[in-house]
Design a protein around this ligand. Structure first.
Ligand SMILES: Cc1ncc(COP(=O)(O)O)c(C=O)c1O
Length: 451
C-alpha cells in the first residue's frame, strides 16, 4: 500500500546522501520520529514565511508550521531582528533577565486565570511540571487523562496515547496502556483513563479514585483524539467534580492556546486551575510554560520554608526563547487571532466543498486556526470513532506523499493543518486545488475504506 512515488517523482539523491550519513550516527537517521519518511527524510536549506526550500531547491508551501509551533510562519523579520539583538548580548546566564519578566507580564495580562507563570523548555516539560505541581498542592498522586490524548512523553501523561482496538478494553473502564516497553505497572495503576467528552462514564471513573486523584488533565481540542473541542458541559462537569474532590483542573494548551486571544479556555464557562503551554509562545524557539492560580503556583516558590516542588532547568526562561515569544505574542493580538481564525474557517469550508465535488466519504473537524480531515462520512465524536486502522493510515500516508512530492504542500501526518499568519487566501486556494486533484485520483480507494 505504501506509495512508491517518492522514487518516481523525485530522486532525492542529495537527501538520500545525507540520510546515508545520518543512519550511521543517528538512530534511524533522525532525531525526531515525526520527520521520518520513507525512503528518507527531506533536508531543509532555508524557510521564509509559509515556504520551505529544501537542499535540492524545491520550495514547498507549509501548513504544518513545525507541528503547530510557528504562528507567524518561518523567519518572521521582527522575530529575527529581536533575537539577533539578544544573541549579541548573550543567550543564557546563571542569572535572571528582564526578558522573562516582560514576557510573563504579557501572558498574565492575556489570560485571566494566569496569576503566576513559570517558563520551561518544552510542552512535555510543561505538562510534567503541571502534574507535579498538582500533586504537590493536593497531596495526592494519581492523575486522570483522556484515552488517545497526546500530552508529550512524561511517563504518566503518555499512558493510553496509542490505545488500539486490540487493547483498549471496555469503554466503561478503558485500559491504561503503556506507550514505551517496560513502563512500570505502578505508573499505569496511577493513571485513570477516561473517554473524552463522555460525562457519565468519566465522572463514574473519577469517583472510583476520588481520594487519590490530584488532577484531571484535559486538552480542550485534542489533536490525536480527532481535533474536536471538549464540550462546555464536559469541562463544567469535570470542573465541578474537581471542586468536590480536592483535585485540580489541568489544561494542556500546548497546541490550543492559539484558538482565542486568551487560549481555548476562554471558550468555557469555567477556567482551569493550571495551564501548560508551549509551541507558539516560543516564537520558533524551544519553550514551555506553566501558568495558574498564585496559591497553587506557590508550591514552586523558593521563598517558602517548606518547598513542595523544587523546580529549575538550565535553559528555563532563556532570553532567546522569551524574547522571540514576547515579540511573537505581541504580534498575535486580538485582531491577528480573529483574522487567522477567519482565514482557517474559510479554508475549512473550501475543503468541505472539495470533499463534496470529489464525492468521497470525508469530513473535517477543528477549532480556531487548525483543522483535520477525516476519511469517514460523519465527523467523529470519540477517540474510538476517529481511530484510523492500518488500511486508512496507509491511504493517508499515500495522500500525504502525493501532496508533498507532487503538489509541494506540507501538512501534518494525520491530515491536519495548523495555520500561520503568513498564509493567505491564495495559499488556501492552492491547497484546495491540490486536494481536489489528489482526492479525485484517490476516490476508488477512499470509497473502499468506507465500505
Ligand atoms: C497537546 C500537546 N501537549 C504536549 C506536547 C509536547 O510538547 P513538546 O513536543 O514541546 O514536548 C504536544 C506536542 O505535540 C502536544 O501536542
Amino acid at each position: 500500500m505504501k506509495s512508491k512515488i517518492s522514487n518516481q517523482i523525485l530522486k532525492g539523491e542529495s537527501h538520500n546522501g545525507i540520510y546515508q550519513r545520518a543512519v550511521e550516527v543517528l538512530t534511524g537517521g533522525v532525531s525526531r520520529n515525526t520527520i521520518f519518511r520513507k525512503p528518507h527524510p527531506y533536508y531543509v536549506a532555508s524557510a521564509n514565511g509559509s515556504y520551505i526550500t529544501d537542499i535540492e531547491g524545491k520550495k514547498r508551501l507549509d501548513f504544518a508550521n513545525n507541528m503547530a509551533s510557528l504562528i507567524h510562519g518561518h523567519s518572521h523579520p521582527a522575530i529575527v531582528k529581536s533575537v539577533t539583538e539578544q544573541l549579541k548580548k548573550g543567550s543564557a546566564f546563571t542569572m535572571a533577565t528582564e526578558a522573562e519578566v516582560t514576557f510573563a507580564e504579557l501572558l498574565t495580562s492575556r489570560s485571566p486565570g494566569f496569576e503566576k507563570i513559570r517558563f520551561i523548555n518544552s510542552g512535555t516539560e510543561a505538562v510534567m511540571t503541571m502534574i507535579k505541581a498538582a500533586r504537590a498542592y493536593t497531596g495526592k498522586s494519581m492523575i486522570a487523562k483522556a484515552e488517545g490524548a497526546y500530552h508529550g512523553t512524561y511517563d504518566y501523561a503518555e499512558i493510553s496515547q496509542t490505545s488500539n482496538p486490540s487493547n483498549w478494553g471496555d469503554i466503561d473502564k478503558p485500559n491504561a496502556i503503556p506507550v514505551v516497553q517496560s513502563t512500570p505497572q505502578r505508573i499505569l495503576d496511577d493513571v485513570v483513563i477516561y473517554p473524552f467528552n463522555d460525562i457519565e462514564r468519566t465522572i463514574h471513573l473519577l469517583d472510583q479514585n476520588a481520594d487519590q486523584i490530584a488532577c484531571v488533565l484535559i486538552d480542550p481540542v485534542p489533536h490525536r483524539i480527532g481535533l474536536f473541542p471538549a464540550t462546555n458541559e464536559f469541562v463544567e462537569a469535570i470542573y465541578n467534580w474537581t471542586r468536590r474532590n480536592n483535585a485540580l483542573l489541568a489544561f494542556d494548551e500546548v497546541v490550543t492556546y492559539r484558538v482565542n486571544y486568551a487560549g481555548m479556555q476562554d471558550s468555557y464557562s469555567v477556567k482551569p486551575d493550571l495551564t501548560a503551554m508551549a509551541k507558539i509562545i516560543g516564537g520558533g524557539f524551544a519553550i514551555g510554560a506553566l501558568a495558574g492560580k498564585s496559591e497553587i503556583m506557590q508550591v514552586l516558590d523558593p521563598r517558602e520554608t517548606f518547598l513542595r516542588h523544587p523546580h529549575s532547568g538550565t535553559f528555563s526562561a532563556n532570553p532567546i526563547s522569551t524574547t522571540a515569544g514576547r515579540v511573537t505574542m505581541e504580534m498575535f493580538d486580538e485582531q491577528a487571532v480573529s483574522n487567522l481564525n477567519a482565514l482557517t474557517m474559510n479554508a475549512r469550508k473550501q475543503i468541505e466543498e472539495v470533499i463534496k465535488i470529489a464525492d468521497i466519504p470525508a469530513c473535517t473537524t477543528g477549532a480556531g486556526s487548525m483543522f483535520r480531515i477525516h476519511f469517514q462520512k460523519n465527523a467523529p465524536n470519540t477517540y474510538r470513532d476517529a481511530y484510523q486502522n492500518k488500511e486508512t493510515k496507509a491511504v493517508i500516508d499515500e495522500l500525504i506523499d502525493y501532496l508533498f512530492l507532487k503538489e509541494d504542500i506540507i501538512v501534518i501526518n494525520t491530515m491536519t493543518c495548523m495555520f500561520a499568519t503568513s498564509l493567505t487566501q491564495k495559499t488556501v486556494d492552492r491547497l484546495s486545488e491540490a486536494l481536489l486533484r489528489e482526492l479525485k485520483l484517490m476516490k476508488p480507494i477512499l470509497d473502499s475504506l468506507a465500505s
